[in-house]
Write a protein that binds this ligand. Structure first.
Ligand code: NAP
Length: 280
């Protein structure tokens, strides 16, 4: 029977230790602060943003939210980012994606000062991660690495197979796992015979946004399975990208959805804001 990787509990422990760090920083006269920019009124984004503000409150990070109209021009968004870049009281800037049609999120990410880029999406941080240099690491891949470390899961020499190549999860995860000495294979929608590859994985990461895509037949006995997906079914139930219940008696470790990768992503965002504030 698989051991469940309890992301919720681990994230709670991390937030507690960040709370201590936040109060140490405050004693130096620095109040950590995160600025979140939301454009339009995407329902899922509203939930994510609310979870981030709650986590800030718990850790002791000040939180400022900017909600912009869905039909603004990119220049207005960039102007706001410029203003926040030079505001010394702000240590982290985050632009919640997806942006409404017509606005290029990459333009926004590029404009955020690399030292305040707590999401790790600025090309400078992306490049530094590829070079294994100190940088802000994108929160979901970073959270996955922390989970593997916390559960003492061996990575060196292991074959990690990532299904999904998004800029925010799949691609930075390639670098994170290479830096942990894994041998990495990445699959995407044009990959042929995916199950031939997933069956070779010692560590399998599903980040494709397709409910229960990874079935029992697609995994190796004893594999470690990390499920990034968040999919809402017609009945309102949230499920991941793996057939969790049926994988339980075949794999060695698995993350649940919800309660796995999601809380760790937010904990790593908090970690990055505290890192930025303590760099001051
Ligand atoms: P995304 O931008 O939605 O892209 C999906 C990726 O999966 C693409 O690379 C796509 O390939 C690939 N893909 C789609 N269908 C496939 C198939 N049938 N076979 C193989 N590959 C396929 O990815 P994302 O942003 O990483 O999000 C993935 C899921 O994770 C979503 O459910 C999202 O809500 C969730 N998520 C969760 C968290 C968290 O904190 N828990 C954070 C971020 C995302 P192509 O590149 O060829 O199109």
């Amino acid at each position: 029977m698989a051991q469940i990787i309890d992301g919720k509990e681990l994230a709670k422990t991390i937030r507690l230790s960040l709370k201590e760090k936040a109060s140490e920083i405050k004693q130096r006269g620095i109040i950590p602060k995160l600025a979140v920019i939301m454009v339009g009124d995407d329902k899922a984004s509203r939930i994510y943003v609310r979870n981030k503000s709650r986590a800030c409150e718990e850790v002791g990070i000040e939180y400022e939210e900017y909600i912009l109209n869905a039909n603004i021009k990119i220049e207005e968004l960039l102007e706001l980012i410029d203003k926040l870049n030079v505001d010394d009281t702000i240590h982290g800037i985050l632009v919640q994606s997806p942006l409404p049609n017509g606005l290029d999120a990459n333009e926004a990410f590029k404009r955020i000062d690399e030292k305040k880029d707590v999401d790790g999406f600025n090309p400078i941080n992306v490049g530094k991660l590829a070079l294994n240099q100190d940088c802000f690491v994108s929160c979901t891949p970073y959270g996955i690495v922390k989970m593997l470390e916390a559960y003492n899961i061996k990575t060196e020499g292991m074959h990690a197979v990532i299904v999904g190549r998004s800029n925010i999860v799949g691609k930075p995860l390639i670098q994170c796992l290479l830096n942990k000495n894994c041998t990495v294979t990445v699959c995407h929608s044009k990959t042929k015979n995916i199950s031939e590859l997933t069956k070779q994985a010692d560590i399998l990461i599903a980040t494709l946004g397709k409910p229960k895509f990874i079935t029992k037949e697609m995994v190796k006995e004893g594999a470690v399975v990390i499920d990034v997906g968040i999919n809402r079914l017609d009945d309102g139930k949230i499920v991941g990208d793996t057939d969790y219940e049926n994988l339980l008696d075949k794999v060695s470790y698995i993350t649940p959805v919800p309660g796995g990768v999601g809380p760790m992503t937010i904990a790593m965002l908090m970690n990055n804001v505290i890192k930025s504030a303590s760099n001051k």
